[in-house]
Design a protein around this ligand. Structure first.
Ligand code: ADP
Ligand code: MG
Length: 217
């Protein structure tokens, strides 16, 4: 992580568009050259974020996902801006629209539901446990495939996720009403495709089916 001064930060910031902010201030900026900076607060004095800053987690996750062939942003650099108690990751935008935005304009049809199920199954089978996996952090790319943004909060295991983790992750995927309500419309297709790709033995498959059904009821 590169230490930069507040002045250097302001130089990057010059002419930027604010993509997201919260009560603590700006969170995501699109710079003049189209690249994006995401800021993380260093929250408490005693916090795991002090030892393993979110910006670095983001960078490491991006690199692992790329190695696995899963679409995500391309990291340019990461920064520590001590004077404003922030770390930051600077990356190239992944072309596409968030799934949430896409659905607002096109609705969630069977084809997209099937592709989404296949993508989630792939993440689970390959050990990717992405707690922030809601429709605002899933990007649908121009070739109608999926990618991930906002990837600081993620664990990548060397083995596939167990049933319990999968079920928990379906709760994460559908934690916002707006996302859950659109997925509900295509739940048969979604569940069928997910289970087909996971190819679990009958009992596990049944358990998963019941649980995903419950999450989407
Ligand atoms: N790589 C990207 N490609 C396209 N849009 C992005 C990208 N990164 C961020 N955005 C936009 O900025 C928004 C906020 O970014 P995100 O990293 O999800 O921050 P947060 O959820 O913490 O506000 C996203 O929902 C999306 O609209
Ligand atoms: Mg987000």
């Amino acid at each position: 992580m590169k230490k930069i001064s507040y002045k250097q930060y302001l130089a990057l910031h010059n002419g930027a568009e604010i993509l997201a902010s919260d009560s603590f201030g700006e969170k995501v900026l699109r710079l003049k050259d189209g690249s994006i900076i995401k800021l993380f607060r260093t929250k408490r004095i005693i916090s795991s974020a002090l030892f393993y800053p979110y910006a670095l987690r983001f960078v490491n996750n991006a690199s692992k996902l790329k190695d696995m062939g899963i679409s995500t942003v391309t990291v340019i650099d990461s920064y520590k801006i001590i004077s404003i108690k922030r770390t930051a990751v600077h990356y190239k935008e992944l072309e596409g629209d968030t799934l949430r935005n896409y659905i607002m304009h096109h609705s969630l049809n069977g084809d997209i539901a099937e592709k989404l199920a296949a993508f989630i199954a792939r993440l689970h089978n390959e050990g990717v446990y992405f707690r922030s996996v809601h429709f605002g952090n899933l990007l649908i790319t121009p070739d109608n495939s999926f990618g991930l943004i906002d990837i600081a909060d993620m664990k990548i295991k060397s083995h596939s996720l167990n049933i319990g983790k999968r079920i928990r992750n379906f709760h994460h995927l559908t934690r916002y009403d707006i996302d859950r309500n659109s997925l509900k419309q295509q739940k048969e297709i979604f569940i069928r495709e997910y289970l087909k790709i996971c190819n679990f033995p009958h009992d596990n498959s049944k358990k998963l089916e019941e649980n995903i059904n419950a999450v989407l009821s």
